[in-house]
Design a protein around this ligand. Structure first.
Ligand code: HPA
Length: 278
């Protein structure tokens, strides 16, 4: 096995967490997507550290994306929550995008749960629907594993035949059923953004097998999968993808639909996260 040589920013961030929270043993880590920062309130939050104090995360630059790392204890167990995510389109490279996966691994987390807002491509998908990801198409025009590997234990050529853990996907659906919410299943196509897609692009992506489209999740999922973490991802369909209706797409619409879905998503996660430790 390759010798583990964590990056300086990972070592510094771990030191800050040790000094602030002492000996923690999170079993799961959650990354909250667009407009879902408030999810933390329903997950027994304990205390938070702003991203700008954590080397490797830095400050988020997008409205509606707050940036705090939380320690929470839903069901009495330690959980890490990234309240807000960094995106590739911010133009500051991959480090802040994949840092949650690296930090989760460094702290011994076994499950990484990713949430996001996405445009619905498949015909049955409507705003407010929840889609658990079974696979992805990486169309970001880049890949966080190119060049020097972000962690020595990630293979040079990682297998990606089950990036999203099938048992975890089933568990997400079971908890959805138990909390009376329909959870659909599908394939997410990731683009760099920040421009939304054209209708012609959406027609092309539909023919390639994409069910939903967004600007995140895939890089973190690839890195976490390479590190051997179980990965689960849930998209909230925030809008119909470009060309599926005549309205122009705005970031505000995405955030508004996500906010409306917030109580349902919080209920789902408040049941799901403790169940991950079982
Ligand atoms: N396209 C890309 N990213 C998105 C969308 C979309 O329609 N909705 C939310 N994030």
């Amino acid at each position: 096995m390759a010798e583990e040589t964590p990056s300086p920013s990972l070592l510094q961030t771990r030191k800050i967490l040790d000094e602030t929270w002492g000996d923690i043993h999170p079993h799961a880590c959650l990354v909250c997507g667009s407009g879902w920062g408030e999810i933390v309130d329903g997950l027994s939050p304990i205390s938070s550290i702003p991203y700008e104090k954590l080397p490797g995360m830095g400050s988020t630059t997008v409205d509606g994306h707050v940036g705090n790392l939380w320690l929470a204890k839903p069901g009495g167990l330690d959980v890490l929550i990234f309240q807000g995510r960094r995106h590739f389109y911010e133009g500051v490279g991959w480090e802040p995008v994949i840092f949650p996966a690296l930090l989760a691994h460094a702290l011994g987390v076994s499950t990484l749960l990713l949430t996001n807002a996405a445009g619905g491509i498949r015909e049955d998908l409507q705003p407010g629907d929840f889609l658990a990801l079974s696979d992805h198409l990486n169309f970001m025009g880049g890949n966080p594993l190119i060049g020097q590997c972000p962690h020595p234990s990630i293979p040079r050529f990682p297998d990606q035949s089950k990036v999203y853990d099938p048992d975890l996907l089933n568990k997400i659906k079971q908890v959805g059923h138990a909390t009376e919410q329909e959870i659909k299943e599908g394939t997410y196509l990731a683009l760099s953004g920040p421009a939304f897609e054209t209708p012609a692009e959406i027609r092309a992506f539909a023919s390639l097998g994409a069910d939903a489209v967004g600007m995140s999740t895939t890089p973190e999922a690839m890195v976490a999968n390479g590190l051997g973490l179980k990965v689960g991802a849930i998209s909230c369909i925030s809008n119909l993808a470009a060309g599926r209706n005549s309205d122009a797409l705005t970031h505000e619409d995405v955030t508004r639909t996500s906010e409306l879905a917030l109580p349902r998503m919080t209920r789902l996660l408040a049941h799901l996260i403790p169940a991950l430790a079982e």
